[in-house]
Every structure is written in C-alpha cells, then in structure tokens.
Design a protein around this ligand. Structure first.
Ligand code: SF4
Length: 373
C-alpha cells in the first residue's frame, strides 16, 4: 500500500531464503539469544560468507536492503508459500497485534478479517512462541477470528506467555461469548491474575435483536453480556467496545448507561469508527454513518461515560470529523502499516496529534478532511 507510515510486507527474491513459516530476524550474530523460533539472518547487501548459514545459528540468510532498513534485530516475521515476508511483531510499530485464529463463531456485518473454517489452533502455538521470542515489555494485541474459540488451548497460551515473557502486556480482542461459561472464565481469570491483560469485548446495542443482527448470530447478545458479567466478577479487566453504524448509533448513550449499571471491572469504553475493509466494504452503504451526523449522541455518550468513570476513548476518527469538545478523548489508534494522511492534511495544525485515516478509506470510502489551519 503506497504512502502508509510503515511498510510491513516484502516480496523476497527467488534466490533468497524463502521457506514458509514463523521466524525471528537477526541483524547481528552477537544478539542471538533464544530458541523459541528459527532465526534468519538479514544483511543489506551480499558480503563474503553472508549467504553461508551452515556454520551459524541461522537457518537462512535474506539479502534485502529495504527490509534491513525497515526492521530491528529480534523482530518476528512470517514467510508465506509465495515468498512474501510479513513483519508481524516489530519494535518500530506504533501497535503490535498477532492473529491467533481465523475462525470465529460470529459473522459481523463489518468484520475486518472475514473468518475461515479450517482448524488453525497451531496459530496459538506459534503466537505464543513469537511472543516469547520477541520479549516485549509493552502491550501486544491478540486478535482473530475469535481468540477464545479454542478454550483450554487458549488458557495454555496465556500460561506460556506469562511464564516465558512476563513483561508483555496482552490486549485480547474477543466477542466474549466463551466467557458466558463461568468455569471457563474462572480458568482464564486464574491465568490472568499473574499477567497484565485486558479483554476488549464489543457490545453494539442494549437490544438483543440489534446486537445479534450486527454480529450475524442469534443468541450472541445474551452470551456476550453474560461473558462480560462473568469476566468482571472474576476480576478480569474489560474494555467495552462500540462501533457506530446506522443500525445502532441512536443507542450509544444507552450502551454507556447499561455498561455502567450492569458490568463491573470495566477499565475503558472505546467508541471505534468503522474501517472500510473486509465485509464492511460490501455493507458500507447500509452501515456507515458520518460522525458529523451523530455529534449530539456522541457528545452525550462521552459526557455520561466520563461522569460514571468509564474512561471513554475514541478510536480511528480523524480529529477534524469530531466535535471539538470530545477531541481530547481521541486516540492515535490506527496501526502504522495501514495509516495515512491524505494531501489535504498537509499543514493542518492538528496533524501531530491526529490519528489520520485508514489506507483502506481511499476512493469511494473516503470522507474528506476538514483541515484545521
Ligand atoms: S485535516 Fe488531516 S491531520 Fe487535520 S485533523 Fe483532519 S484528518 Fe487530522
């Protein structure tokens, strides 16, 4: 994708090491320090002995100046069967997230990562190894699909992460339905107690019919609500998430009130602008609504959330689309590999603190900036 802030995919040449798998990238032999993942050495240019990995801890060598300049020693990458390398964990990113399954038991109308059906619990194993190899002392997102779908394999994943990379904080994005099983929630909570971990759980309405419609699954609302109640009561930190659409925007203040009255241990209420990717594209005309058209609802929801101590945050909104009085709650949230600022943003005095746009918002999905000068 052109002019995103950080490039994350690279085509490897046929002469390069390009076996598919998960790897840790090394720029220096001296920094070699763990065995969680196979190590690949990267150099800027072909040097004497640089392509000979037979007598070293490295499984292969990649010669690629652009990639070399784009990553740090110890970053984690995947290589697919087409020789495409993707950087999945890097200290250069503004946010790191790993995908631990592509399966899901919801079918959200705006799903950014439309689910697949194949069993892929091996992704949780590789995710755990990638986190342990990366040894990050900040937060990393865990996403899917639905990360809790594999039940006890997920709790083992938590246990491994807490033991092997105890300084890593996790933010797990889940639909929360699995947490409606109180015994499972207590098993998750028992692992969570020894880690820094938050569960982000979307609640799109206070009406079961609306939430179930948006997530494409009858009965989902009931399980998600019970899941959030169980999680909070078990001591798990929960962030409640809401995506405004034409179908639910009027209910935003009600969701705020419901969240404050029904749930416990809520650490944040996040309102997230729709991303034009995945299934959101095909449903865009029926779902997307302009922040300027729901200013009053947004102001009321944020004001209430502040009063009841829900820590409101606004994600993925260009600042100039928000009423001035709520801009202080906006977060620069878009991951740098899919974040851009259109030319109209040049010289905008808010650019330093504004999160800009998703690169997927170009073309017919784009809402023009209202540059502030
Ligand atoms: S013009 Fe661009 S930089 Fe300025 S507030 Fe709008 S989106 Fe942000």
């Amino acid at each position: 994708m052109n002019n995103v802030i950080r490039q994350d995919t690279f085509a490897l040449s046929v002469n390069s090491f390009n076996e598919s798998g998960f790897y840790q990238i090394r720029k220096s032999e001296r920094e070699y320090f763990n065995n969680y993942l196979k190590q690949v050495f990267i150099v800027e240019a072909d040097e004497p002995n640089s392509t000979d990995s037979s007598a070293s801890p490295f499984i292969g060598v990649i010669i690629n100046k652009l990639l070399y300049d784009s990553i740090d020693d110890g970053d984690i990458v995947t290589i697919d069967k087409f020789g495409q390398l993707r950087v999945i964990l890097t200290r250069r990113a503004n946010h790191n997230t790993i995908l631990v399954t592509e399966r899901c038991n919801n079918l959200c109308l705006f799903c950014s990562q439309p689910p697949r059906e194949e069993k892929d619990d091996w992704l949780l194993s590789y995710g755990a190894l990638a986190l342990a190899a990366f040894q990050f002392d900040g937060e990393i997102g865990i996403s899917g699909g639905e990360p809790l779908l594999y039940g006890n394999t997920f709790t083992k994943f938590l246990e491994f992460v807490s033991q092997h990379t105890p300084k890593t904080r996790l933010h797990v994005l889940t639909n929360g339905r699995a947490l409606s099983d109180l015994e499972f929630t207590e098993r998750v909570a028992s692992k969570a107690r020894s880690m820094f971990i938050t569960f982000g759980i979307p609640l799109y309405s206070v009406k079961a019919s609306v939430h179930d419609y948006l997530v494409g699954k009858n009965g989902a609302f009931s399980e998600t609500v019970r899941g959030i109640i169980n999680a909070g009561n078990s001591g798990i930190s929960v962030e409640v998430r809401f995506i405004p659409t034409q179908k639910n925007i009027a209910e935003l203040p009600l969701v705020v009130e419901y969240t404050s009255r029904v749930f416990s241990n809520i650490v944040q209420l996040s309102i997230m602008n729709l991303e034009a990717t995945g299934w959101a594209k095909r449903n865009w005309k029926d779902l997307q609504c302009e922040p300027e058209d729901y200013q009053d609802v947004l102001k009321k929801a944020v004001r209430t959330a502040v009063i009841v101590g829900l820590q409101p945050r606004l994600f993925n909104f260009p600042l100039c689309h928000l009423p001035e009085c709520v801009r202080e709650y906006a977060v620069k949230s878009i991951s740098d590999w899919k974040n851009y600022y259109p030319s109209e943003c040049t010289n905008c005095q808010l650019q330093d603190i504004c999160g800009g746009y998703f690169s997927s918002s170009r073309g017919s999905y784009h809402q023009q900036p209202r540059r502030i000068i």
